[in-house]
Design a protein around this ligand. Structure first.
Ligand SMILES: [Zn+2]
Length: 236
C-alpha cells in the first residue's frame, strides 16, 4: 500500500519495498487516510527506511510563456562580458543573468529573486530563489516557486531592453545593472549610471551608443545571437 507521509514539512510518498523497482515519473495509486485513493506521480527517490522507501511527489510543470526574441538582451550581456565577470540585470522583483557553459542550457537566461534568501542545497551559504529560465528560443519556463507575472515583465524587457532598464532606474532611483542609487542628474534622467552605460553599451549623458569603444561590438553581437537563434530553429 502506498501512502502519503510528511518529511521535513513536505508531503511525500511512502512506498512498500517491491521486487519491481519504482521509477521516476511513474504514476501510482495512493491510499489516503480516509480510505479513499488518489493518483500521484513519483518524483525522486529520497531515502529508504528499512521496510519502506520515501519518494518525492512530482509536481505538474507550470505553463511556459513565449517572451519573444531575446537578441537585444543577449547583445547587452555580450557587451557587458568584456567588462564584467558576472553581469546581471535587476528588474521589478527579479534578476536576470546569462547561464554559463556548465548550465543545462548555456546561453539561456537564468531568472532568480533579487536577494539571497534561500539556504544553498549544498550547504554553501545563501542563494537566490530560482524563478526559472528563458530558453534561447525565448520560452520562459517558470519554476514552481516563481511569482506570477514575471513572464509579462520578461516580454516587455525582451522587446525593449534599454528602455526597460532606463524605466527601472527612473522609477526606483537606482541602476538596474549595479543596484547603486542614481545621484548624478544625468544618471537620473537616463535611468542608469555612466559606468554601467559603458559596460552594457548604452548611451549616457553626451555620449551615445556610437562611442568608438562600443559601436563595433554591439551590432556584431546582435548578429551573432540572431545567427545562433536561427541555428537553434533549424536544429529544432
Ligand atoms: Zn550601475
Amino acid at each position: 500500500m502506498i501512502t502519503f507521509t510528511k518529511v521535513r514539512n513536505e508531503w511525500m510518498l511512502r512506498l512498500p519495498i517491491s521486487p519491481v523497482p519504482f521509477r521516476s515519473g511513474q504514476e501510482v495509486t495512493v491510499t489516503k487516510r480516509n480510505g479513499g485513493t488518489s493518483t500521484a506521480t513519483l518524483g525522486m527517490f529520497v531515502m529508504s527506511t528499512g521496510d519502506a522507501q520515501i519518494w518525492s511527489i512530482a509536481q505538474a510543470p507550470r505553463a511556459t510563456e513565449n517572451v519573444g526574441d531575446l537578441s537585444g538582451i543577449i547583445a547587452l550581456f555580450d557587451t557587458a562580458r568584456a567588462h564584467l565577470r558576472f553581469p546581471a540585470i535587476t528588474l521589478d522583483g527579479f534578476r536576470v543573468n546569462v547561464a554559463g557553459q556548465r548550465a543545462r542550457e548555456p546561453g539561456s537566461l537564468t531568472v532568480t529573486g533579487i536577494e539571497r534568501t534561500h539556504a544553498s542545497r549544498f550547504g554553501r551559504g545563501m542563494v537566490r530563489q530560482y524563478f526559472g529560465r528563458v530558453t534561447r528560443a525565448g520560452v520562459y519556463e517558470p519554476s514552481r516557486g516563481a511569482p506570477d507575472g514575471i513572464g509579462q515583465h520578461l516580454r516587455a524587457f525582451a522587446a525593449d531592453p534599454a528602455g526597460q532598464a532606463a524605466e527601472h532606474g527612473r522609477l526606483h532611483g537606482c541602476c538596474c545593472f549595479c543596484n547603486r542609487p542614481l545621484r548624478d542628474e544625468r544618471s537620473t534622467a537616463v535611468g542608469y549610471g555612466p559606468d554601467c552605460a559603458e559596460h552594457f553599451g548604452l548611451p549616457w549623458g553626451a555620449r551615445t551608443v556610437a562611442a568608438p569603444s562600443v559601436s563595433p561590438a554591439a551590432p556584431r553581437n546582435v548578429a551573432r545571437s540572431i545567427a545562433s537563434e536561427e541555428a537553434l530553429d533549424r536544429a529544432g
